[in-house]
Design a protein around this ligand. Structure first.
Ligand SMILES: [Zn+2]
Length: 256
């Protein structure tokens, strides 16, 4: 999309104000970029640095409607690394928000040590502080996937995220790579009625250390918006519909 193109029709677009927080993991630098829209609004988070379609879609939304995007930037791809004497120790930033999840992620990459756990935990605390979680401000995590790799079908019973899921709606006419996942029953019903692929998070879901786990544990509303890499217009349409349901501001939908 060219600069100035307007995904919302006739509303005007605005420049975003960037604020950069530089965090360190030993010799590694991670830039946590905060992009502020013209007015307060929805709160977007993009944790995986290689999922750029979702970050661009969130920015396009914010240019029109306001809000804020927090984006991790480091050029390493999906994982964040601790760099020590030239050696890279990986972890998944969407597994760092509980100690259990972080331990498992470091272990998965064969990088679990007390030192790495402490450094990565401290990094996670700083990111949480920048996101600024408040119970009445929904957190919208934007992600992208490759075709067929993570789909709405992974949330069906017996599948990878089946144990995380209380209810699910799949629309066979939709691309299964494009879907929502939320802990809000009200949003689940509303997005289902718009015929989106959507899964509803179980109460007390498995501890994966995800941002969803953290927001849910704090009593907030969490929405994951997942689309295939390159599905830019589709992801904007998803954000537009979500924004309308959330009132286009930081307010919450009807309480459950
Ligand atoms: Zn992701």
């Amino acid at each position: 999309m060219a600069a100035g193109d307007n995904p919302a029709g006739n509303a005007s677009t605005h420049a975003l104000t960037p604020v950069t927080h530089t965090l360190r993991l030993e010799d590694e630098k991670v830039w946590v970029r905060e992009y502020l829209g013209p007015v307060p609004g929805l709160n977007f988070v993009n944790l995986h640095d290689n999922e750029n379609t979702s970050a661009e879609a969130a920015k396009a939304y914010i240019r029109v409607h306001g809000g804020r995007l927090i984006e991790l930037e480091h050029g390493r791809g999906r994982t964040v690394v601790i760099r020590r004497q030239g050696v890279l120790h990986h972890f998944d930033p969407n597994r760092m928000f509980t100690e259990e999840g972080l331990k498992r992620s470091l272990d998965y990459f064969h990088n679990l040590s007390d030192e790495n756990l402490e450094l990565a935990s401290d990094f996670a605390r700083q990111v949480v502080e920048i996101i600024g979680l408040e119970p009445d401000r929904p957190v919208i995590a934007v992600h992208n996937n490759t075709p067929g790799k993570l789909t709405i079908h992974d949330f069906e019973p017996g599948q990878w995220y089946g144990n995380d899921t209380r209810d699910i709606f799949t629309n066979p006419a939709e691309d299964p790579d494009d879907f929502f996942f939320t802990n809000s029953p009200a949003l689940f019903r509303a997005l289902k009625s718009l015929r989106y692929n959507i899964a509803l998070m179980k109460e007390n879901p498995p501890d994966r250390g995800s941002l969803g786990n953290l927001v849910d544990a704090l009593g907030g509303i969490y929405i994951l918006v997942e689309a295939e890499h390159g599905h830019f217009q589709r992801q904007i349409a998803m954000l537009e519909d979500l924004g309308r349901l959330l009132g286009g501001t930081s307010s919450t939908p009807a309480a459950e």
